[in-house]
Write a protein that binds this ligand. Structure first.
Ligand code: TRP
Length: 480
């Protein structure tokens, strides 16, 4: 029942599954791994902040619309290409589109390099925060010894800011980044089932329980109501700007792990029986749900401790300065809650980092004929080195993030939607495999052909010049 003409130059022609290709042990395993990829720092870090800054509940509505109309079609497109080709991104695109599409695959791999290099640096901070809070290093005493007068809220905030600056940049930040990369490499080297799937199977349910527990606890704090009110105030006038649409689209792509073949790669380990539309819905639903719940943790805590002033400063600031300050002010309970909160971040970051590395590793296994172990070690090592500039400068890190989001993911998503919408031989047939009776495939193709390119094109026209400007600023700011 191989209805897709494999006229691509890459197909060796032996049906679908390359013999010996690894597969998930169950559909639940795949869905959890994909949720693991999607749920990460983006959920805890940027979603709730963007929501509060851009119209509250109105932003949530916009975000859901963007996810349904743009994110889901692209996710399904990635799954269709990956599952259909049973190959890593470069080979999969060549398989369905011919040699010239290998370029897009290479862009995906490059994006994996770039994103993981700085993502792992941030993940290293979260590990360090979890440990520091656990051992009491951010308690009023811990900080107080560093900065005299830290008992008062303001001085504590200043001390926390100073600590963040210490933690975020330099050799120790690099060391944590290395340790985090080593873990990621170890898991990916373990393989699809024993490494990736097993890790997600353990960590994702734990993460979910912990976030829910933290949200319930945050709700019991006095003053939580003001936090909810800030998070979910409804102002539709704030969402009707191009800037906000750009933010929402960028966030949706990053949060859903779209635009660089991560979901495509995970899809390539699926069997023919998987129901791709349902899986996509589950992944997107879980990702949005956890992002939303994370906001129910963050804002009540910040407001209950009277730290709302500090929220607007920066996204990273809310997570790494204001929240830790809230935990420090809570005393003993704060130590427990703070540790758990950062453990959640570490879990989320790890399962996401795995998927980023897997794109690169599966490509070098397929393309260079390397073993999984060798690919993981060599590519992981190279990415660790690429993280050096990010580990030494949060400014460079910010620019890497902007380039990845605005250039790589959005253009990658645009190119992929055009590919599946217009170039790929029979995407509808491929999508229907394992999903008899779904009637909205034509809607899917319509979205892919017209709506997704239109929205992404509109957003990119705005985002590309901004990104180039930020890169230029970075270089002109440096003497020499
Ligand atoms: N989605 C993850 C997050 O929200 C990050 C991530 C993992 C990612 N894999 C990706 C982003 C692939 C883009 C592409 O933190």
């Amino acid at each position: 029942m191989d209805s897709t003409g494999s006229e691509g130059a890459g197909g060796a022609g032996e049906g679908q599954a390359a013999p010996g290709r690894e597969h998930w042990s169950s559909r639940a395993g795949f869905v959890l791994a994909a949720i693991g990829s999607a749920v990460g720092l983006g959920n805890m870090w940027r979603f709730s902040y963007l929501t509060a800054e851009n119209g509250g509940a109105a932003f949530v509505v916009l975000y859901i619309a963007v996810t349904l109309l743009v994110g889901l079609p692209v996710m399904l497109a990635e799954l269709v290409v990956g599952r259909g080709a049973q190959r890593s991104p470069v080979r999969a695109l060549v398989h369905f589109g011919g040699e010239r599409w290998s370029l897009l695959g290479l862009v995906f791999v490059a994006a994996g390099f770039l994103i993981l290099a700085y993502y792992s640096v941030i993940a290293g901070w979260t590990v360090r925060y979890a440990l520091t809070i656990l051992f009491g290093g951010f308690g009023p005493e811990g900080l107080g010894s560093a900065v005299p007068g830290a008992e008062s809220g303001q001085a504590l905030g200043a001390a926390m800011g100073a600590r963040f600056a210490e933690i975020a940049e330099g050799p120790v930040a690099f060391a944590y980044h290395l340790a985090f990369m080593a873990c990621t490499v170890g898991i990916v080297a373990g393989g699809v089932k024993a490494g990736i799937e097993r890790t997600s199977l353990v960590l994702m349910p734990l993460l979910f329980l912990l976030v829910c527990g933290l949200a319930v606890y945050a709700g019991t704090l006095k003053g939580a109501g003001a936090g909810y009110a800030y998070y979910l105030h409804t102002d539709f006038s704030e969402v009707l700007s191009r800037e906000v649409l750009t933010e929402a689209a960028g966030q949706a792509f990053f949060s859903l792990s779209l635009g660089m073949g991560a979901i495509l790669t995970y899809g390539s380990y699926l069997g023919r029986d998987a129901h791709l539309p349902n899986s996509s819905l589950m992944i997107a639903g879980a990702d949005m749900g956890i992002a939303f719940i994370a906001g129910l943790v963050v804002f009540p805590m910040i407001f209950a401790l009277g730290l709302s002033e500090a929220v607007g400063a920066s996204t990273v600031g809310a997570l790494f300065i204001t929240l830790p300050q809230a935990f420090a002010q809570m005393g003993g309970v704060g130590r427990v809650m703070g540790t758990l909160f950062f453990v959640v971040l570490v879990f989320g970051a790890l399962t996401s980092a795995i998927s980023l590395l897997e794109v690169v590793v599966s490509s070098s296994m397929d393309g260079l004929g390397w073993t999984r172990r060798r690919s993981a070690l060599v590519m992981g090592g190279a990415i660790a080195l690429l993280g050096i500039p990010a580990a030494w400068s949060t400014e460079v890190l910010g620019v890497m993030d902007g380039v990845a989001n605005n250039l790589f993911l959005l253009t990658g998503g645009l190119a992929l939607s055009l590919f599946v919408g217009w170039v790929m031989p029979n995407p509808l047939g491929e999508a229907e495999v394992g999903a008899q009776g779904v009637r909205w495939f034509f809607l899917w193709r319509f979205l892919l052909r017209f709506v997704v390119p239109a929205v992404l094109g509109f957003v990119l026209l705005d985002a590309i010049p901004d990104t180039f400007r930020s890169v230029a600023d970075l270089f002109s700011a440096k003497p020499g």
